[in-house]
Design a protein around this ligand. Structure first.
Ligand code: PBG
Length: 344
């Protein structure tokens, strides 16, 4: 029997006699399956969809290979293929034909998102339709709300944010997802939905959203980059962890049904802390555009295997405590899981 001495502790161990041999349960695919703690399921994933009002804006997103900007006319076809992949929830982002200082096309009931919601609901009534609620794609300056003297206003912006949510609910959205990180946005939306007879419409709050460098490709896709300044006066400082609990607690108290953390992989600790602090509240994580594009770009260079790296990132989010994951890979995961299973 092999013996060794740990020089650190000075204690002698008999490796062969050790009662614990963790490798024992890794010896075959079926044992690994038996021992597996966390699983990725396609119906826990949410597929983001970009929809453009102007047909000429449709097409592939150069900084997000594999992701499209859909014209309204192609929405039924797009949802058909998403539903076939097993994904049962989508998150809509609109790209309007017109922008102004206030972002008023955001609450137009005939605007791009309400129209897309109606098309989605007609084509796939069983699919949960979520809509992003933020003004940045609708304002000429690209900020998430009203701007005065270079400052992004909070309370004054909530009126437009609540009207936008209301327009989405009226079109048939199941869940609205405020991503602006303005104080009081969830309460304002809840009051407006309830007042408008949309008490059943839920709120997925981007409760913990960092001012992250990983949103770049999304801003290309949504045409939502700020013309000046940045979003650091309302999105969170990536150096902060405790503050995430304050943000999440606040949104929950204001009526959020689901709490989301964003970005995903850089925030595994935050996902875990929310999962433990808010037992029973669904926690979502958003694997954002920059995470997606980094993986795709490295895979295009042959440096990583896209399927394994994507699945590993997603199961890591599950392990951290995310019950729901928003990911641009959603519609590929079902096929990947089958392939990975077959090859294991
Ligand atoms: C809108 C919004 C953004 C994202 C989701 N909603 C961009 C931002 O805050 O600048 C980012 C999503 C992604 O990067 O995939 N405010």
């Amino acid at each position: 029997m092999h013996e060794f001495t740990s020089h650190e502790t000075g204690s002698r161990c008999e490796a062969g006699a050790s009662a614990r041999r963790l490798r024992r349960l890794r010896g075959s695919a079926s044992l690994r399956a038996l021992r597996r703690e966390h699983h990725l399921r396609v119906d826990q994933l949410v597929q983001p969809i970009f929809v453009v009002e102007r047909e000429s804006d449709a097409g592939p997103v150069p900084s997000m290979p594999g992701v499209m900007r859909h014209a309204l006319a192609s929405i039924p076809e797009a949802i058909d293929s998403i539903a076939k992949s097993g994904v049962r929830s989508v998150l809509l982002f609109g790209v309007p034909a017109t922008k102004d200082e206030q972002g008023s096309s955001a609450w137009d009931e005939e605007g791009v998102v309400p129209r897309a919601v109606r098309l989605l609901k007609r084509a796939a009534p069983g699919v949960t339709v979520m809509t992003d609620v933020c003004l940045c794609a609708y304002t000429t300056h690209g900020h998430c709300g009203l701007v005065d003297g270079g400052r992004v206003l909070n309370d004054e912006s909530l009126v437009g944010i609540a009207r936008m949510a209301e327009a989405h609910a009226a079109a048939g959205a199941d869940i609205v997802a405020p991503s602006c990180m303005f104080d009081g946005a969830v309460a304002a939306i809840r009051a407006s939905l309830d007042g408008g007879g949309h008490g059943d419409v839920g709120i997925l709050a981007y409760a913990v959203k960092y001012a992250s460098a990983f949103y770049g490709p999304f801003r290309d896709a949504a045409g939502s980059s700020p013309r000046f300044g940045d979003r650091r006066t309302h999105q969170m400082d990536p150096a902060n962890g405790d503050e995430a609990l304050a943000e999440a607690g606040q949104d929950l108290a204001e009526g959020a049904d689901i709490l989301m953390v964003k970005p995903g992989l850089p925030c595994l600790d935050v996902v875990r802390r929310l999962h433990e602090a808010f037992v029973g509240v669904p926690i979502a994580a958003y694997q954002v555009s920059g995470e997606y594009s980094s993986l795709v770009a490295a895979a295009e260079r042959g440096w990583i295997d896209l399927r394994s790296a994507a699945l590993e990132s997603l199961v890591a989010l599950r392990r951290a405590g995310a019950g729901i994951i928003v990911t641009y890979f959603a519609d590929r995961v079902g096929r990947w899981l089958d392939e990975a299973e077959a090859g294991s």
